[in-house]
Design a protein around this ligand. Structure first.
Ligand code: NAD
Ligand code: USQ
Length: 403
C-alpha cells in the first residue's frame, strides 16, 4: 500500500488515528488542520480528558518511534482556498480524506454564532475541496466523513440502504422504478450541513466526474488505536463534555467518576455505533476501493451495530454499578425510534466488526480512570438546547420521561 494521502482535519478525534494508521501502512501522509477544535476547547473552557499533545509534538513522537515522517500544514480549508489548491497541485494525492468540519450537534445548536459558524465552516470547507480538485486537474479520490444522521433516524420499516433508495413513481406510462438519494432528514444544524455536503458531491460527480466516497458514519466510541497506544505523546482525544462528548464515551467516563449516567428523555433513541479501530479500518478500505472515473458517488454506511441509549446505559451500569438517571431531553428528536442499518458493503470488503461485546469498553474505562483528575464535572450537563422553550435539567429523575 502506497501513495500520498492528505488528511483534512487530521488533528481531530477520528483524523489523528487515521493519519497514524495510514502512515503505519506505508502511505505518505500530510495532515491539514487549522486547530479550530483546540480553539473551541478554549472557548468552552473544557479540554479532552486525555492530555493530547500539540500537533508538532505528536508528529515528532511518531517520527521518533517509527522513523516515519508525517507532514503538517496549518490552513483553514473553509477560507484559505489558494493554499489548499497549491497543496493539492504540489502533492498530487491518491486520496484526500475530509474530516475538517465542526462535528458536534449540540455545539451547532448552542446559539446563532455557533449555528452560523457551523454552516460557514462545513459547507465552505467541503465546497473549497471540490472546487480545488477540479481546478487542480488532479485525478484524486475524495473520501468524506458524513453521518448516519443524514437519513434521520426514522423507523423506515427496513434497513437504511447505503445512500440510495429504490422508489416506484407513477409515470405517464404507469409505475416506474427510479433510484434516488435517500431523502435527507437532518436533526440539527450540524447534521443539516452534512445533507448539503451530499448534494455538493452529487453535483460535482455529475458535472466534473469527480471520484467521491461518502462514508455515512455512526457514533464513534473508544479512544485509542494500536498506533495511538504506542506512546503517551500519541494519545487520542477523549471528549466528555455536554457539547462534544458522545453518548457511550460519556457514559463510560461518568461511571468512572460516580456521576449518574445522563440518559436523555426515556432513552428510547436508537443510534448506530462504530469503534474508532473500525473507523480507521473502514477508511483504509474505502481508499483502497476507490470508485472509477464515471462511477456515481459511492456511499457506505460506516456503522457496526445499533443500540438504544437506554440499552447502552444498562450495559454500562451492569459492568460498573453506575446509577442511571433520566434528564429532560435538550434535543428535539423522536423519544423512541427503531433503526436498522445496511452495512453490507464494508462486510463484503472483509470488515470484522468490533462490537460492544468485544471487551473494549473496559479499555475506555481504564483510560478514563487514568485521567479522571483532568475531568471538570461542571461540564458534564449540557446547556445547549434545541429551542428556546426548553430548560437545562441539572438534576434528572430516577424514572424515564414519557415515551
Ligand atoms: P473533531 O472535531 O475531533 O475533528 C475535526 C478536525 O477538523 C479538528 O481537528 C478541527 O480542528 C479540524 N477542522 C475543522 N474545521 C476545519 C477547517 N475549516 N480547516 C481545517 N481544519 C478544520 O471531529 P471528529 O470526531 O474527528 O470528526 C471528524 C469527522 O467525522 C467530522 O466531519 C464528523 O462529522 C465525522 N463523524 C464523526 C463522528 C464521531 O462520533 N466523532 C461520527 C460520525 C461522523
Ligand atoms: N444522549 C443521551 N445522553 C447524553 C448524550 C447523548 O441520552 O449524555 C443521546 C442524544 O439525545 C442522542 C444520542 O444520545 O439521541 C446520540 O447523541 P451523541 O451526542 O452521542 O451523538 P450525535 O449528536 O448524534 O453526534 C455524534 C457525532 C457526530 C456524528 C453523529 C453520528 O458528534 O459528529 O455525525 O454522532 S449519528 O448519530 O449516527 O448521526
Amino acid at each position: 500500500m502506497s501513495g500520498h494521502v492528505i488528511i483534512l482535519g487530521g488533528d481531530g478525534f477520528c483524523g489523528w488515528p487515521t493519519a497514524l494508521g495510514f502512515s503505519q501502512a506505508g502511505y505518505d501522509v500530510t495532515i491539514v488542520d487549522n486547530l479550530s477544535r483546540r480553539k473551541i476547547d478554549i472557548e468552552l473552557e473544557c479540554e479532552s480528558l486525555t492530555p493530547i499533545q500539540p500537533i508538532l509534538r505528536r508528529i515528532k513522537a511518531w517520527n521518533k518511534l517509527t522513523g516515519k515522517t508525517v507532514d503538517y500544514v496549518n490552513l483553514d480549508v473553509a477560507v484559505q482556498y489558494h493554499k489548499l489548491l497549491t497543496l493539492i497541485e504540489d502533492t498530487r494525492p491518491t486520496a484526500i480524506i475530509h474530516f475538517a468540519e465542526q462535528r458536534a450537534a449540540p455545539y451547532s445548536m448552542k446559539n446563532s454564532f455557533c449555528k452560523r459558524y457551523t454552516v460557514n465552516n462545513n459547507i465552505n470547507a467541503t465546497h473549497n475541496v471540490l472546487a480545488a480538485i477540479v481546478e487542480s486537474g488532479v485525478d484524486t479520490h475524495l473520501v468524506h466523513l458524513g453521518t448516519m444522521g443524514v437519513y434521520g433516524y426514522g423507523t423506515a420499516g427496513m434497513p437504511i440502504p447505503e445512500g440510495y433508495l429504490k422508489a416506484v413513481v407513477e409515470g405517464a406510462e404507469g409505475p416506474k422504478e427510479i433510484e434516488i438519494l435517500y431523502p435527507a432528514n437532518p436533526g440539527s444544524v450540524y447534521h443539516m450541513t452534512k445533507t448539503q455536503d451530499a448534494l455538493m458531491f452529487y453535483y460535482y460527480n455529475k458535472n466534473d466526474g469527480l471520484r467521491i466516497t461518502d462514508l455515512h458514519q455512526g457514533i464513534v466510541w473508544g479512544t485509542n488505536t494500536q498506533e495511538t497506544m504506542r506512546d503517551e505523546a500519541l494519545i487520542n482525544r477523549y471528549d466528555y463534555d455536554g457539547d462534544y462528548g458522545t453518548v457511550l464515551n460519556r457514559f463510560l467516563m461518568q461511571s468512572v467518576i460516580g456521576h449518574p449516567l445522563t440518559v436523555y428523555g426515556c432513552g428510547g433513541q436508537t443510534r448506530a455505533f462504530i469503534h474508532i479501530n473500525d473507523t480507521v479500518t473502514c477508511i483504509k478500505m474505502a481508499v483502497e476501493n476507490a470508485p472509477k472515473r464515471g462511477d456515481r458517488v459511492q456511499i457506505f454506511n460506516q456503522a457496526t451495530e445499533t443500540r438504544t441509549v437506554r440499552d447502552l446505559a444498562e450495559i454500562v451500569a451492569e459492568q460498573t454499578n453506575a446509577e442511571v438517571r433520566y434528564y429532560k431531553n435538550p434535543r428535539r428528536e423522536d423519544a423512541v425510534n427503531q433503526l436498522q442499518v445496511d452495512n453490507t458493503k464494508f462486510l463484503e470488503l472483509g470488515l470484522k466488526p468490533t462490537t460492544l461485546g468485544n471487551g473494549l469498553m473496559q479499555e475506555v474505562i481504564d483510560v478514563a480512570q487514568k485521567y479522571i483528575g483532568r475531568c471538570d464535572t461542571s461540564k458534564i450537563i449540557t446547556d445547549s438546547l434545541w429551542s428556546k422553550e426548553m430548560e437545562v435539567d441539572t438534576r434528572g429523575s430516577s424514572t424515564p420521561y414519557e415515551e
